[in-house]
Design a protein around this ligand. Structure first.
Ligand code: BTN
Length: 273
């Protein structure tokens, strides 16, 4: 796929209608769209931009994991992009959940594809991973222009578009082609970029609270027994107003803000992380 196959002008026009000055950029290959936008932010290039790449040679996931793109495919089998912008939300907690809600609602507006959200930031279809979100921040290049809360945020998303080998994973990933067989990565990006940006700006104004109900409708963990990476186990009771995962353990309900969570094997068709 060449740059000409990506609707960059249309994409930029849509983004700029939500946030004036927001740009859209395509690269055939980059180490990681998140790494690239974090590099730019740290070197002072911090205007709002969406960067999409056909291929990432060092894509990154959460908790130091790598994110594999389908290298060598004629069309990208996965959509990999990052949105970078200065942001000054009252509270940062819940941002990745807000991003998940925005992406899931765009990919599956009527819920028929059963796209669910696995706290904190995985997109699932029937327990198989459809995509992942990686949110990172750097101190703002402009020093916040008087706003001490402002930071530069980079929101990366990887979404499987077409079927690909399981890459050695225990459960083969889900892909958009399961319910939209003709969808291409550029079309999917065009459908979700502006709504995603709008949701991020709304989050900055109002936090996660107004999105909690939409998250709850897609919550993949609610009611399930889970194991936390610190060894605790319990039953998920949903997500609180700040985006924290509520897990009932032997010691009462715990508010989990950062941990790896897996569905306990007895509760699921497979163990996911
Ligand atoms: C995860 O599942 O742990 C998060 C995966 C995030 C992958 C996306 S792909 C675009 C952006 N660039 C990266 O290196 N990572 C994110």
């Amino acid at each position: 796929m060449s740059a000409a196959d990506w609707p960059m002008a249309e994409l930029e026009a849509q983004l700029a209608s939500v946030l004036p000055g927001c740009r859209a950029e395509h690269l055939a290959e980059v180490d990681s769209t998140n790494t690239e936008l974090m590099r730019r932010a740290r070197s002072g290039v911090a205007g709002p931009v969406l960067l999409v790449a056909d291929r990432q040679t060092a894509g990154r996931g959460r908790m130091g994991r790598s994110w594999q793109s389908a290298i060598g495919a004629a069309d990208p089998a996965s959509l990999t992009f990052s949105l970078g912008l200065p942001l000054a939300p009252k509270e940062w907690s819940g941002l990745s959940l807000a991003v998940g809600v925005a992406l899931a609602d765009c990919l599956d507006p009527d819920g028929r594809a059963s796209v669910s959200l696995k706290w904190p930031n995985d997109l699932w279809v029937e327990g198989r991973k459809l995509g992942g979100i990686l949110v990172e921040t750097a101190s703002s290049a402009q020093g916040g222009q008087g706003n001490a809360r402002e930071r530069h945020v980079v929101i990366g998303a990887g979404i499987n578009i077409a079927k690909r080998p399981g890459d050695g994973m225990r459960t083969p990933p889900a892909c958009v082609h399961e319910w939209q067989p003709q969808a291409t990565a550029p079309e999917v990006l065009l459908s979700l970029a502006a709504p995603l940006l709008r949701s991020v700006l709304e989050f900055a104004e109002a936090g996660f609270g107004p999105l909690a109900e939409r998250f709850a409708r897609r919550d993949a963990l609610r009611g399930h027994e889970v194991a936390l990476s610190d060894g605790r186990t319990g039953r998920c009771e949903g997500v609180g107003p700040g985006g924290e995962l509520r897990v009932r353990t032997g010691d009462g309900v715990q508010a989990i803000t950062s941990a790896e969570v897996s569905v306990r094997p007895s509760e699921s068709r497979a163990n996911f992380s």
